[in-house]
Ligand binder design. Structure first.
Ligand code: NDP
Ligand code: PYC
Length: 339
């Protein structure tokens, strides 16, 4: 049962894409959704890798996402805000469509935003961040989710696990990127603990009775907790405001009301903001990229690691030797029709 199989990144992409094509997604949706899942698996981000295929298929089968959606871009030349209407499809092809317009505006104006509306969202945010750092831009990305997290001091799910990501480009090496849920852990991590029969660490969740729990089942039925107490709770609330209400899309509570369950992927919006560091630093002494390197060096010199360092090491290993899957994961792919 400990047998491992190694697939190249392209092989896994083919197989995952096949699953989604067989489930009825058009080429735009299936290619893009498969790319983020395979990228997560390649980077050893298990909570958003192939484990997400089943939930995504359930969401398609439940008719909660439009399998043939073709996202539409509106990018008027006199605005710093570009918008993509995902047309009820997944967020990923909408982001792929909108990022070039966003990057072009951020380069010419110094700062620009991409609003994605009406998208089903299940994925990590770092692929969207890296699409901008690759172009020499800094970026902030955020989105609501569905109510799963109690606000600090509360006991009922209200906020989403609302992911928040940031990236800063670096010359000749991977960018500085962080990407995390504003809950103590992503909901996917709780589900992975449940499947593995492992208790949760203390402080992740409360049960339906409002008391702390380390039982994954009780946590899923109760509420997750925000990271950093009132601080994470406030950042999660900011994301509801900026990437829900401000962009005219759903909050996590509204997304859950519309979906009716936490077992499918929610639909709402996403906000991506891109910055040109050169434009912001213009006229001031010092190159912002060179100054940032001093900061990163000072962090590393204390023995601390940079966020995403683990992920980029996993990526390098996968690129060199392929993606290693367990027998169980291969069986899962087989069951889903990928082999
Ligand atoms: P983690 O807690 O696993 O990691 C968060 C970030 O912190 C990563 O950038 C990670 O880098 C970094 N990090 C972890 N440990 C250290 C350390 N010791 N020193 C420095 N940096 C460190 O993330 P979460 O479980 O909170 O979130 C996982 C994913 O879930 C995210 O990609 C997020 O976008 C996604 N998500 C998506 C949602 C959605 O609605 N679409 C909802 C919630 C989450 P590294 O990867 O290198 O370890
Ligand atoms: O892991 O918290 C999570 C999550 C929710 C929606 C997508 N990912």
């Amino acid at each position: 049962m400990n047998q491992k199989t190694t697939l190249t990144i392209d092989e896994l992409q083919d197989r995952v894409e096949t699953v989604f094509r067989n489930a009825g997604l058009n080429a735009i949706q299936s290619g893009s959704v498969a790319r983020v899942i395979v990228a997560a698996e390649r980077d050893a981000c298990k909570s958003h890798g192939i484990y997400r295929i089943e939930g995504t298929l359930r969401t398609i089968k439940a008719g909660k996402v439009k399998p043939d959606a073709v996202p539409e871009l509106a990018a008027p030349s006199n605005s710093a805000i570009a918008k993509v209407d995902a047309k009820g499809g997944f967020s990923n092809p909408a982001a792929e469509l909108g990022v070039p317009a966003l990057a072009e505006r951020a380069r010419s104006l110094g700062l620009a935003a991409l609003v994605i509306n009406d998208c089903t969202h299940f994925s990590a945010l770092w692929p969207d961040v890296e699409a901008l750092t690759e172009q020499g831009l800094a970026a902030l990305v955020m989105c609501p989710s569905y109510s799963a997290v109690a606000p600090a001091g509360g006991k009922m799910p209200l906020l989403g696990t609302n992911p928040f990501a940031f990236g800063w480009p670096r010359e000749g090496q991977p960018p500085y990127v962080f990407d995390f849920a504003t809950s103590v852990a992503a909901r996917g991590e709780i589900e992975l603990h449940r499947r593995a029969g492992k208790p949760l660490p203390d402080g992740w969740a409360i049960g339906p009775d409002g008391d702390p729990t380390t039982e994954p089942e009780a946590a899923l039925a109760g509420a997750m907790l925000p990271f950093g107490g009132h601080k994470g709770s406030a950042i999660g609330t900011m994301i509801e405001l900026l990437a829900g209400i401000m962009i005219g899309d759903l909050t996590s509570r509204e997304a859950l009301d519309q979906l009716g369950t936490t077992t499918l992927a929610p639909a709402h919006g996403e906000l991506i903001i891109a910055f040109s560091p050169e434009a912001f630093a213009a006229g001031r002494a010092g190159n912002p990229f060179a100054r940032a390197e001093f900061l990163f060096e000072a962090i590393a010199s204390q023995g601390a690691r940079l966020p995403s360092q683990r992920r980029f090491a996993a990526r390098a290993a996968s690129e060199a030797a392929g993606i290693i899957l367990t027998a169980q994961e291969m069986q899962q792919l087989e069951r889903l029709g990928a082999l």
